[in-house]
Design a protein around this ligand. Structure first.
Ligand code: PHE
Length: 349
């Protein structure tokens, strides 16, 4: 019996030393100390031992049992400690430190352009106005010289509510609101989201941003319009840009123009961006139509004015060479990080 106990102890020691995880420990426990384990086997053998040896053998088995239990416990504890150390190591945080590089917040490229233009125009005596996204047909169309059923409505299809309201298709609505609110002479700019029933692609989205400008005074002419447009574009692109006006149809201006700039990529020589013509269509503008002035309660005999509307997204895309408008709208932080910060710095003076 003694021999048996000794061998069992040795076997157990070797197995215990080799055990690499707590699952193996569990298996050892079952194999040695379990109901049908090796020790129970020895206990059963006690029966066949001569009475005078029984007490010593029983004690031997008990001692062995205790020593096995102690060995298992020690190793189980060691495993738990190692596991805890590993976890502490991996999940370690220094609560006295500032959060690791959360990054400085920065303005979205569209906001950068908007703020820069607001700064420029307010410096030139313009007032910043705002208007609602949800509009009436009156402000979005009728007062802007686009009566119901006029084909020009098709140029700007939008989303209608069942009660006759709609999502504004252009910031030109604020021309009317501005004229109602201010008496001439007036200089206003207004920017914000506009909506159109548009299939999204690289240069279209159903929601985008515009900035609108309007100046009404006595003797305002196309020369004023050109001056302010050139000033605006030089501010944005930070260099002298060549512009040209081509006739363009917008029911609320007469004459109306499409303003084009000489391509900034090829300097007007012709490249794939400007489709080899050297010029890029950038914005709509013109002299405010007399009936629009009248809608705003202003006498067209005495006053004249110019107005323009330009896509802020379009300007941001040109300034930062962004080829897909959806990048500006999908909230992807990776894309924003690529250039928002340098752009922000570039805009700080
Ligand atoms: N509202 C026009 C558009 O969205 C742009 C525009 C504004 C044209 C003002 C002329 C004058 O296309």
């Amino acid at each position: 019996m003694k021999e048996q106990l000794k061998r069992l102890k040795q076997e157990f020691q070797t197995a215990l030393e080799q055990a690499g995880d707590s699952k193996t420990l569990e298996e050892l426990k079952v194999a040695y100390l379990g109901k049908k384990g090796r020790l129970s086997g020895l206990m059963a053998e006690l029966k066949s031992i001569p009475p005078q040896d029984k007490a010593a053998a029983g004690k031997g088995i008990n001692d062995l049992k205790q020593s096995l239990q102690a060995g298992l416990e020690a190793k189980t504890k060691a495993f738990a400690q190692a596991e805890q150390a590993r976890a502490l190591d991996a999940e370690w945080i220094d609560v006295t430190l500032n959060p690791a590089d959360r990054g400085l917040g920065a303005f979205h490229p569209v906001s950068l352009i908007q703020r820069r233009l607001e700064g420029l125009f307010t410096a030139m005596g313009f007032q910043i106005l705002d208007g609602p996204h949800i509009e009436t047909e009156h402000y979005n169309f009728e007062a802007l010289n686009i009566p119901a059923h006029h084909p020009a409505r098709d140029m700007q299809d939008t989303f209608y509510f069942t009660d006759g309201h709609l999502l504004r298709t252009q910031t030109s609505t604020i021309q009317i609101r501005g004229m109602e609110y201010l008496k001439p002479p007036l200089r206003i700019i207004a920017s914000g989201k506009v909506f159109r029933c548009e299939r999204a692609d690289a240069s279209h989205d159903s929601c985008f941003h515009q900035i609108e400008g309007m100046m009404v005074d006595e003797d305002i002419s196309v020369a004023h319009l050109i001056y302010f447009m050139k000033t605006m574009l030089t501010e944005i692109f930070e260099k002298e840009v060549k512009v040209r006006l081509r006739p363009g149809y917008f029911p609320f201006v007469e004459p109306g123009f499409e303003l084009e700039i000489s391509c900034l990529i090829c300097d007007g020589k012709g490249c794939s961006v400007c489709k080899r013509v050297g010029w890029l269509e950038l914005l709509g503008c013109g002299m405010v139509h007399p009936s629009v002035l009248r809608s705003g309660g202003i006498d067209p005999q005495r006053y004249s004015g110019f107005a323009f509307g330009v896509g802020l997204d379009r300007l941001a895309m040109m300034k930062y060479a962004i080829s897909d408008i959806r990048e500006l709208h999908n909230g992807g932080l990776g894309f924003m990080r690529d250039f928002t910060l340098p752009a922000d710095l570039a805009f700080r003076r």
